[in-house]
Ligand binder design. Structure first.
Ligand code: AMP
Ligand code: ZN
Length: 440
């Protein structure tokens, strides 16, 4: 497999800056942002007044802990414009969240916010080797969802030939990828795997494609999924993280060392907290990720509770970048499943499945409550090969998965092996949990 280590640093002056220097910049920008919020966003003024905090109380970076948190419900309650710090006439873009039902959330961008977003996605794509020679196929959805336009702006900034395919229309997607000779792909990891499988099924040979790398994100994925994807497509697969509330993708991205995602700390301050108590935790500990924007002027957010669970690292990275790194997302503190009292993240189940020969990465977790007891069923697809040739081994696979889930996750699950292609495919973020318990 081609495994060229590219390490293009888009903005070395900032990305490799001395950390002490970086922290000074963060403090200056934090002070400005807090003042901007206090003076222009009634919700922040009210919350800070209630907590007895004034913008002048922010004297050091650690004073950030004095500031109030912001929650997703705040964005819903203040929808559409309540949290904007800029005048509406200065907002040049609206994007919205993809996944929520009911009242949506939006983010508003000033011209400078769009510029910053473009810059940070350019940094992310550069780390995956993107430059003027590249043809970048964007298969994230375009529209209110930040994935498509975010990747588009970044690829364009890198000078690449940008192909705005959006998600879906898989056959056409593959035809264009081959005919144009796309060298990079940007989409969700689950869609990338689906594309890789479809390439095979349609009778193409991956050797006739020019893909070398891709930036995949917008949903949780695992190291095992990376291996699968890199094998399927013969590429280097990089993780990219972001959320609508922070402006979209590019908040953090992987470098060729693939040892966590560098956070664009000149634009965001990251904290890890205990999700139950809200207490800040030190680097290296697992907890909920909290972000404060420090350069946004459209809709700056203070201490936004992402609900994403991960770990932060500040140690030096071999790539030369000095910005701190965040681990993969292990799960969300809110869609963590609690099954018979055990906390279960879908990524744990996925980790088990991807290590079992004969099953595909397509699965669905169905939770029911029968006679007041939670039951978890894991439906997982067999690979084409196993389904047709090795049916006799099905019982063995089922046992392996069951035992492995029991030992890794700590609960017994019912395993249902289903024929290839029977689990619905998604072109955006995969839906992997059906919870029938009605206990929320
Ligand atoms: P949205 O604002 O709809 O794009 O959703 C943002 C959420 O998607 C984040 O809070 C994460 O839960 C998830 N997400 C985005 N990128 C990643 C990634 N690389 N790994 C894991 N989860 C991600
Ligand atoms: Zn690095």
């Amino acid at each position: 497999m081609m495994k060229v280590k590219e390490n293009i640093i888009h903005n070395p002056e900032i990305e490799c800056m001395d950390r002490e220097e970086l922290k000074k910049i963060q403090l200056e920008r934090l002070k400005e942002t807090v003042k901007l919020c206090y003076d222009n966003v009634p919700m922040y003024k009210q919350r800070m007044d209630e907590n007895g905090v004034k913008p002048e109380d922010i004297k050091e970076l650690k004073d950030i802990a004095k500031l109030p948190f912001t929650y997703k419900t705040d964005l819903r309650d203040e929808f559409p414009f309540g949290l904007f710090a800029a005048d509406k006439k200065d907002i040049v873009r609206i994007q919205g969240s993809s996944g929520t039902t009911g009242k949506p959330i939006v983010s508003g961008y000033t011209e400078n916010d769009v510029e910053i977003w473009t810059e940070i996605v350019a940094r992310s794509l550069a780390a995956a080797g993107c430059d003027k020679e590249d043809i970048v196929q964007i298969a994230y959805g375009y529209g209110l969802f930040t994935g498509g336009l975010g990747a588009h702006q970044g690829a364009t900034r890198r000078g690449a030939m940008t192909v705005p395919m959006s998600s879906g229309n898989t056959q056409r997607q593959i035809m264009m990828m081959k005919e144009l000779g796309a060298t990079m792909l940007c989409c969700t990891p689950s869609y990338a795997i689906y594309l890789g499988e479809s390439i095979k099924e349609l009778g193409y040979d991956i050797k006739d494609f020019k893909l070398k790398s891709g930036c995949f994100g917008a949903e949780p994925w695992t190291e095992e999924m990376r291996e699968q994807l890199e094998g399927l497509m013969d590429i280097n697969a990089y993780n990219i993280y972001g959320l609508t509330e922070m402006g979209g993708p590019g908040v953090a991205f992987e470098c060729p060392e693939k040892c966590g995602m560098h956070i664009n700390e000149d634009h965001f301050i990251a904290e890890i907290i205990n999700p139950e108590t809200g207490e800040p935790l030190p680097y290296g500990e697992e907890g909920e990720l909290v972000f404060t924007t420090i350069t946004k002027t459209g809709m700056p957010l203070l201490r936004y509770r992402t609900r994403d669970i991960c770990t932060l690292y500040e140690d030096k990275c071999k790539c030369g970048r000095t910005h701190a790194r965040m681990s993969r997302i292990f799960g969300r503190s809110d869609d963590m499943m609690i099954i018979r009292g055990v906390n279960v993240f879908p990524s744990q189940i996925e980790g088990v499945l991807l290590n079992v020969e004969g099953v595909s990465p397509h699965y669905m977790i169905v939770i029911d409550r029968v006679n007041s007891t939670d039951q978890m069923e894991v439906q997982v697809e067999l690979t084409e090969e196993f389904y047709s040739d090795k049916v006799s081994e099905i019982e063995k696979i089922r046992e392996t998965i069951k035992n492995q889930i029991k030992s890794d996750v700590g609960i017994s699950a019912k395993i249902k092996l289903v024929p290839p292609k029977s689990i619905p495919r998604s072109e955006g973020k995969a839906k992997r949990i059906i919870d029938n318990r009605n206990i929320k």
